[in-house]
Design a protein. Structure first.
Ligand SMILES: [Zn+2]
Length: 382
């Protein structure tokens, strides 16, 4: 059966200087429209606290508003319209869902703007992508766009010195249905144990680390951040250095994503089931926030990695299965089932007192995760 699924494809773009200028101008104009229309909403709210706003009434104000500021005509009009819709949504969220009242936008938080594909206003041609107002911008297609992918919304974004285009749309895929799932082979599976030392250790006894070039980038980031921390805040050197640190952050995030995509694709292609521990990622995330400098962002990769792995497996009608986070994967002997309750965190290897098997802590855990995963899928009720 053919089904559709929402998808976003993001590609790096390389605007020339005048295109960069226009992107900045568009961001500035969107910010102005957002803030001025927010002021109008606030006035309306203060006049009558129960009065809601009609979306189309708000959009209708835009042409009149543009007459006052002629330069708004230089930028993509769809982007300005989308800004008003975005503000409307934020404002109505405040009414309907008790969300926070929308805040004024500041220049330093500028990130991107949204435009729409109308008729054939956005398309790929050779090494370029045609974008309204910007014209043809050089683009790097790191992956193939499926023929069935249809998009209407497009965002143009800047992060540090990098520019991106994201296509938001829908894609068709063939769903083989439940009968294929039943034919999956539990033996064609692998258990993964996430450890602090490696990205993971698997039940076949292999381990995988983040690549050296990634580690090198992290070392460089730590160095640049130390430099930054010694500079006088708001000085011109500080601002320059801050930009350097931000760019490096973005570069590292991209390196990490690339690598995790490759690893998860390989696992999904090879195995029918992948078993993992159900980690408390929120707890991990909170720990990250306590760290001022991002040298230990290795643990941030897990959430992304599991995410990639899950959808890549599901894409192929395969499965990611999580075992209970309180399952004692490290303490059990994977050969005889003996449980060593006094195993400490520092013990990297141990010998089972029952069957005398010598265990590597992480490999043993990965094998147990696989065994527990197979047990879960064969007896889902227990
Ligand atoms: Zn044993």
């Amino acid at each position: 059966m053919i089904k559709t699924v929402k998808r976003t494809y993001r590609f790096r773009i390389y605007p020339n200087p005048s295109q960069k200028e226009l992107i900045e101008k568009t961001l500035g104009c969107c910010r102005q429209v957002y803030n001025d229309f927010l002021s109008m909403c606030i006035e309306s709210y203060e006049a009558d606290k129960n009065r809601t706003i009609n979306k189309y009434d708000l959009i209708k104000l835009l042409p009149e508003y543009k007459k006052t500021f002629q330069y708004l005509k230089e930028v993509d009009s769809v982007a300005l319209q989308q800004t008003v819709i975005h503000l409307y949504d934020a404002y109505m969220n405040f009414f309907r869902h008790n969300a926070a009242f929308p805040k004024f936008k500041k220049k330093k938080n500028d990130y991107g703007y949204i435009t729409m594909k109308i008729n054939n206003s956005i398309y790929f041609a050779e090494d370029d992508i045609q974008i309204p107002k910007l014209g043809r911008v050089k683009v790097k297609l790191h992956c193939h766009l499926p023929e069935s992918f249809k998009f209407t919304m497009v965002s143009i974004a800047r992060k540090g010195k990098y520019y991106y285009v994201s296509l938001l749309g829908e894609e068709e895929y063939f769903d083989y249905g439940e009968y294929i799932k039943e034919s999956l082979d539990p033996n064609n599976s692998i258990g993964l144990d996430f450890s602090l030392k490696h990205l993971f250790v698997d039940s076949n006894g292999n381990h995988l680390d983040m690549p050296t070039y990634y580690q090198d980038s992290l070392t460089r980031l730590a160095k640049e951040q130390r430099k930054l921390s010694r500079m006088k805040k708001d000085s011109s050197h500080y601002k320059k250095q801050l930009l350097r640190v931000r760019n490096l952050h973005e570069h590292i995030a991209n390196q990490r994503k690339d690598f995790l995509h490759k690893v998860s694709r390989k696992l999904a292609n090879t195995y029918d089931y992948v078993f993992v521990e159900n980690l408390d990622l929120q707890e991990m995330g909170e720990r990250k926030d306590n760290l001022k400098f991002g040298i230990t962002i290795f643990d941030l990769g897990y959430g992304t990695f599991l995410n990639y792995l899950k959808y890549k497996l599901e894409w192929l009608n395969k499965k990611l299965v999580k075992v209970d986070r309180y399952f004692p994967s490290s303490q059990l002997c994977s050969s005889c089932g003996y449980r060593k309750t006094d195993l400490t965190l520092s013990q990297r290897s141990w010998i089972c007192p029952e069957c005398k098997t010598k265990h590597n802590r992480d490999i043993n855990a990965a094998i147990n995760i696989k065994k527990e995963g197979i047990r879960i899928i064969l007896n889902p009720s227990n």
